[in-house]
Write a protein that binds this ligand. Structure first.
Ligand code: ATP
Ligand code: MG
Length: 264
C-alpha cells in the first residue's frame, strides 16, 4: 500500500491527507466519541460513512478513504432531484441509526441542540458529501456531531441542498454571499420534495415547511455566532465573511416565510 501523503484540498478547518486507502485528520477531544459513533452505525449496516481506524503513529485520526467527488464549487449536477432525494434519505438513515447511540463520557464538538432525538451531523452539506456519477455515496467530517433534534439537522441540510437562500434575482444589497440558482416558487417545491423524501417519523405525519424554515433561521444565527467565535479564536480568514452571509440569509428567510410564498 502507498505511504505517500497527498494533501486533500477543499476543507477550511482541518488538515486532511490521504495515504493509500486512508485519510488522516487532526483529532479533537470529540474524536474517540465520533469513532464509537461511526462504528455504531456501521454495525447497523450503514456503510457509507468512513470506517474508523484509530490513531496513527503521529496521533492523527485514521479513517477509510471514500472514492468520489466532493462538490465545493457547486456544479450543476448538485441541483438534480436525484441528489435532493438521495441526500434526504441518507440523512434519514443516519438519524435512524444514531437514535439509540449512547457513550459513557461522550464529548462532542458542539453543544446539544433541542430535544435529544438523534446525533445530528450538523454539517451535512455538499462539501461534506461524496458523490459518484451524480449519486450520493458517502458523507464525511463528523467533527460537529452532537445530540439534537432531527429538525435541527434537516434545517442546515435543506439550507445547503434546496438551497434555502435568496434566488438569483433578489435585488437586495443587504444580502451577501451565496445565492440559490432557483426562483422562490421552485425553491418551495424543492423543500416540499426534500421533506417528503426524508419521510414520516413515528406517529408524526412529517415535518412541515414552516417548522423547517423557522428552525433554519435559528440554525443560521447559531452558526453565525459559532463561526464568528471560531474566526476570532483561530484566525481562519477563509470564514470571515460567513457570519454576515448567514445573518443576511436568515433575515431574507424570515421575510420570505412571512410572505406566505413558501407554501407551494
Ligand atoms: N474519508 C474521506 N474519504 C474521501 N475524502 C475525504 C475523506 N475525508 C476527507 N476527505 C477529503 O478531504 C477534504 C477535507 O475534509 P474534511 O471535510 O474532513 O475537512 P474540514 O477542513 O474539516 O472541512 P470543512 O471545511 O467542511 O470543515 C474533503 O473535501 C474531501 O475531499
Ligand atoms: Mg468538510
Amino acid at each position: 500500500m502507498s505511504t505517500q501523503e497527498e494533501e486533500l484540498a477543499g476543507g477550511n478547518v482541518t488538515k486532511v491527507v490521504r495515504i493509500g486507502d486512508t485519510v488522516r485528520r487532526s483529532p479533537g477531544p470529540w474524536t474517540p466519541t465520533v469513532h464509537r459513533l461511526l462504528a455504531h452505525v456501521r454495525a447497523k449496516g450503514l456503510l457509507w460513512v468512513p470506517e474508523p481506524l484509530g490513531l496513527d503513529e503521529v496521533g492523527r485520526e485514521v479513517l477509510s478513504f471514500i472514492p468520489g467527488d466532493v462538490p465545493h464549487d457547486m456544479p450543476e449536477w448538485v441541483w438534480t432531484e436525484q441528489v435532493l432525494t438521495d441526500v434526504a434519505r441518507s440523512l434519514r438513515e443516519w438519524h435512524d441509526a444514531t437514535a439509540d447511540f449512547s457513550a459513557p463520557n461522550a464529548r462532542w464538538g458542539l453543544p446539544p441542540s433541542g430535544p435529544r432525538e438523534v446525533i445530528c451531523h450538523n454539517d451535512f452539506a455538499p462539501y461534506n458529501c461524496i458523490f459518484s456519477k451524480g449519486r450520493f455515496v458517502g458523507a464525511i467530517d463528523f467533527d460537529m456531531c452532537a445530540p439534537g433534534s432531527r429538525l435541527w439537522d434537516l434545517a442546515y441540510t435543506a439550507y445547503r441542498f434546496v438551497p434555502l437562500m435568496p434566488g438569483p434575482d433578489t435585488g437586495d444589497d443587504a444580502i451577501t454571499g451565496e445565492k440559490s440558482p432557483f426562483q422562490a416558487p421552485i425553491m418551495a417545491a424543492r423543500l416540499e420534495f426534500f421533506l417528503a423524501s426524508y419521510g414520516a417519523v413515528g406517529e408524526t405525519a412529517r415535518y412541515g415547511c414552516a417548522d423547517l424554515i423557522r428552525t433554519t433561521i435559528d440554525r443560521l444565527h447559531a452558526i453565525a455566532a459559532w463561526t464568528e467565535d471560531y474566526v476570532r479564536s483561530k484566525g481562519v480568514v477563509a470564514l470571515k465573511d460567513h457570519p454576515a452571509m448567514y445573518r443576511s440569509h436568515a433575515r431574507w428567510l424570515y421575510t420570505w416565510s412571512e410572505s406566505g410564498e413558501q407554501s407551494p
